[in-house]
Design a protein around this ligand. Structure first.
Ligand SMILES: N[C@@H](CCC(=O)N[C@@H](CS)C(=O)NCC(=O)O)C(=O)O
Length: 235
C-alpha cells in the first residue's frame, strides 16, 4: 500500500512543524489536501487521529494517521522510495548525522523560539532566549559547513532533513525581527547560514507556503498566547 492512496494534512499555516511536512510534499510533488486546524477548537478528526498528543501536523495517508513531524518526514521518504529527492541520505552514517542535527534543531532552536515569543515575561528573560538562539545557530553554522561539504544545503546540493526542519522556523524568524528589531540569522554572525536562508526561501519547496507577513504572524502570536494562558494549547 506504500505510496498509494490520497493524502490529507491536518495543519496550521504558522507551524514550523507543519511547514516542514509541506516542504517535503512539495519537494516530491505529492498532491495533498491541506486542512487548517483551529487549535482553540480542534476538529474531531484531529482528536481521533492524534489522541495522544492532539497536535498538528497529522498526515492521513489513505485515512491512516501518521503523527509527529519528524516521523512523518521519514515516513514520506519510505512510503514513496521512487519519488525523488530523498530527504534522508542513503548512507546509514550520514542518515544518523542528519537525524542528530534535526533533533538538535527541535531541541535548542525550538526552546529559544518558545522563549523569545511565548515564554519570556521580562526583557531579561527574552535576552536570555535570544542568547540561546544565537548559540544554537552558531553551532548550526558549523554543522552546515560540515554536513554540506561546501555545498549550499545541509543535504548537499539539494534540500534534506535538516534543511526542512530548520526551514520551518524561517517564517517565525521574520516575525521575531519585526518584534525585537534583530535578525535571527545574521550574515555577520553566521554567514554560511545566512546564504543558506536566502537559497532555502527561494526553493520551490518553500515558496508559496513559508509565511512572510510578520504582522499576521505576530497577530497569530497574540491568539496563541491567549490559548496558552487558558491552557487550551501547550506553550
Ligand atoms: N513534536 C511535535 C510538535 C507539534 C506541535 O507542537 N504542534 C503545535 C502547533 S505548532 C500544536 O499542535 N499545538 C497544540 C497543542 O499544544 O495542543 C511535532 O514535531 O509534530
Amino acid at each position: 500500500m506504500a505510496g498509494d492512496g490520497e493524502l490529507k494534512l491536518l495543519g496550521m499555516w504558522t507551524s514550523a512543524f507543519v511547514l516542514r511536512v509541506r516542504f517535503v510534499l512539495n519537494l516530491k510533488s505529492l498532491p495533498y489536501e491541506f486542512v487548517e486546524e483551529n487549535l482553540g477548537d480542534k476538529s474531531d478528526l484531529l482528536l481521533a487521529s492524534n489522541p495522544v498528543n492532539k497536535t498538528v501536523p497529522v498526515l492521513l495517508h489513505a485515512g491512516r494517521p501518521v503523527n509527529e513531524s519528524q516521523v512523518i518526514l521519514q515516513y514520506i521518504d519510505e512510503a514513496w522510495p521512487d519519488r525523488p529527492p530523498a530527504v534522508l541520505p542513503s548512507d546509514p552514517y550520514e542518515r544518523a548525522v542528519a537525524r542528530f542535527w534535526a533533533a538538535y534543531v527541535d531541541d535548542k532552536v525550538r526552546l529559544a523560539w518558545l522563549g523569545i515569543l511565548f515564554r519570556s515575561e521580562t526583557e531579561e528573560e527574552r535576552a536570555a532566549a535570544v542568547a540561546q538562539a544565537d548559540a544554537a545557530l552558531e553551532t548550526l553554522e558549523g554543522a552546515l559547513r560540515e554536513c554540506s561539504g561546501g555545498k549550499p544545503f545541509f543535504g548537499g546540493d539539494g534540500v534534506g532533513l535538516v534543511d526542512v526542519v530548520l526551514g520551518g522556523y524561517l517564517g517565525w524568524f521574520t516575525a521575531i525581527k519585526k518584534l525585537i528589531g534583530r535578525r535571527m540569522i545574521d550574515p555577520a554572525r553566521t554567514p554560511a547560514l545566512a546564504a543558506w536562508e536566502d537559497l532555502f526561501r527561494a526553493t520551490d519547496a518553500a515558496r508559496g507556503v513559508l509565511p512572510d507577513d510578520a504582522d499576521k504572524m505576530l497577530e497569530f502570536r497574540q491568539t496563541a498566547l491567549a490559548l496558552g494562558a487558558s491552557k487550551k494549547i501547550t506553550l
